[in-house]
Design a protein around this ligand. Structure first.
Ligand SMILES: [Ca+2]
Ligand SMILES: [Ca+2]
Length: 222
């Protein structure tokens, strides 16, 4: 049973540090998909359903609640950015601390392999430079499961499912093996999502074959 006080979310603040494998590389947070005014652009929102997972905030919005959630990406620099999200309406604050649902999907543009570190070393937070999840009764908490402290992002073109920097028949075989023989997933989600519909399926294989052998469109988003 849901307790709206305990299972609530009053604010989220997550500071990130970025380190690059190549000092000359760049990283930018893709503004169009992460800024406040696009919060409920259902295809591009930071709250979009992604990779077969439901986003809790998009679910709320689709049920007629949640329009007052305010996401923002601030203090964007070469080696850092902050993600802040705050709900302004009571219904919008309903959350489930132990639920394994998607919270937000960040979109970044990278030119190399980079590591993003969530700055959450000390707990509870004593200043704004650390992760803050706050309930509507003012209690801080940390998400219970799978709270990553860092993750790597590697740039791969869509279609390069096996990650060898070439798009060819080997990627078709790799995707077939993954989809139908319980093989290894694509090296990055985007590399396997050839047709850019936020999912992996036979349509991605068809798209790749059309591109490689039938003068079809290049992999990627329109
Ligand atoms: Ca490849
Ligand atoms: Ca796809």
């Amino acid at each position: 049973m849901t307790d709206l006080v305990i299972d609530s979310l009053d604010c989220v603040y997550i500071p990130f540090d970025i380190s690059h494998s190549n000092p000359a590389a760049y990283c930018s947070v893709l503004t169009r998909r992460n800024r406040l005014q696009y919060a409920f652009d259902t295809a591009n929102s930071i709250f979009r359903h992604f990779g077969g997972m439901r986003n809790r905030l998009m679910d709320l919005y689709e049920q007629g609640n949640g329009a007052e959630w305010k996401p923002g990406v601030s203090d964007i620099g070469y080696d850092r950015f902050n993600l802040t999200i705050g709900p302004w309406g009571t219904q919008d604050q309903a959350w489930w601390e132990s639920s394994r649902v998607l919270f937000a999907t960040m979109t970044l543009v990278v030119s190399d392999t980079m590591t993003i570190l969530i700055k959450g070393e000390s707990w509870p937070p004593d200043d704004i430079e650390q992760v803050v999840f706050c309930r509507m009764d003012g209690v801080y908490y940390r998400p219970q499961q799978n709270f990553l402290s860092f993750f790597k992002i590697t740039h791969l073109p869509r279609g390069d499912a096996n990650g060898d920097q070439v798009i060819n028949i080997a990627d078709v075989m790799y995707m077939m093996n993954y989809l139908f023989r319980h093989g290894t997933p694509p090296v990055t989600f985007e590399a396997g999502d050839v047709n850019c519909d936020n999912d992996h399926g036979i349509l991605d294989v068809v798209y790749l074959i059309n591109y490689l052998y039938k003068n079809g469109n290049s992999p990627g988003c329109p």
